[in-house]
Write a new protein. Structure first.
Length: 96
């Protein structure tokens, strides 16, 4: 887990921007004791948000849509992987 202070440094963010991103639910940190904690995935997502806004000119409304679609895609990939694993467990090996 990454502390909030370290996250701000590594993501090159100011606290105000982080608060906005959390309020918009673009980032959803976990709680470690009394302070927020972040993961490497949160850091990668923060960098993606930065790239979309600053390098690709995506506005806030578009950013919300893009992040939602990315989340759906990851959810579908996870569901597909689970379904394939379940199918493999039920299917006998070839030639048996």
């Amino acid at each position: 887990m990454i502390s909030e202070r370290e996250f701000l440094e590594r993501a090159d963010l100011d606290r105000g921007t982080l608060e906005i991103w959390i309020r918009e639910e673009w980032l959803v940190p976990s709680r470690a004791a009394t302070e927020r904690a972040f993961t490497e995935m949160d850091l990668a997502r923060a960098r993606l948000i930065h790239d979309l806004r600053h390098n690709m000119g995506v506005n806030d409304e578009g950013l919300g849509v893009i992040l939602h679609l990315i989340d759906q895609m990851h959810g579908l990939r996870r569901a597909l992987a689970e379904a394939l694993a379940s199918l493999r467990e039920r299917t006998p090996p070839s030639g048996a």
